[in-house]
Design a protein around this ligand. Structure first.
Ligand code: ATP
Ligand code: MG
Length: 207
């Protein structure tokens, strides 16, 4: 046997052992996770990928024939692919969008608050609707950051949703109380973004 094949055999053996150990750990974790209920997920951080991850979960839920609710708390100046698709082609998705521009465009605080409250009513109804398997509250964190919505009311509606319903909240910040009540919290870190190198936002990728 050559040195090379002996080396490879040794590495195969080591790999097999490591995999066996990992499988034992994973199997134990799976056995320990025995609570079956919907989950609260917060996707936050400064990097790209929060809303697109939420819409990935919408697709997963739809794959199983579940009903989904989506509320977008900030409407960009640009139409988005998810809006076109969900509104036009997905009757099983209840889709609602706030319908005002970004706050830094409108500079109309009282108008923004009225829009936030109107939009929150739709979101709250979804959080009380047990026929919805998944509810996405896209960019909700900004409504809390600007105090456009009452934090207590939002948190209690999130917590009192139907047991089988999962909810995904996206947006930067949001506060520690929100993080506390969610089951899964992920922070998308900004390492770099094309836009900061002069590359234009891309249709079908960024919006
Ligand atoms: P996406 O919808 O692409 O998943 P996101 O939800 O994580 O993005 P938002 O803050 O909602 O991020 O921003 C939406 C838009 O801004 C997207 O077009 C996205 O590509 C862009 N964007 C996100 N993060 C950054 C960043 N760090 N720098 C520049 N542009 C960004
Ligand atoms: Mg987003």
């Amino acid at each position: 046997m050559t040195d090379k094949s002996q080396d490879s055999e040794k590495r195969d053996g080591k790999h097999k052992k490591a995999m066996e150990k990992q499988k034992t750990n994973v199997d134990a974790s799976i056995a320990a996770a025995d609570i079956e209920r919907g989950v609260g997920i917060l996707l936050t951080g400064n990097g790209k990928g929060k809303s697109s991850s939420a819409f990935g979960m919408v697709m997963r839920a739809l794959g199983y024939g579940y009903k989904v609710g989506v509320v977008q708390f900030i409407k960009g100046v640009q139409l988005s692919g998810e809006e076109i698709y969900l509104k036009g082609k997905c009757p099983e998705v209840e889709f609602y969008q706030m319908g005002t521009g970004f706050t830094w465009d409108t500079q109309d605080r009282s108008g923004d608050i009225a829009a936030a409250i109107r939009t929150w009513k739709v979101a709250k109804a979804m959080l009380e609707n047990d026929s919805l398997h998944l509810v996405v509250l896209d960019e909700l964190t900004y409504m809390l950051a600007y105090s456009y919505l009452e934090e207590d009311e939002v948190l209690s509606a999130l917590q009192n949703r139907p047991a089988a319903q999962s909810v995904v909240v996206t947006g930067r910040g949001g506060g520690s109380a929100l993080q506390e009540i969610m089951d899964t919290v992920s922070e998308v870190k900004d390492i770099k973004h094309a836009f900061n190198n002069g590359i234009m936002a891309r249709k079908g990728v960024d919006y």
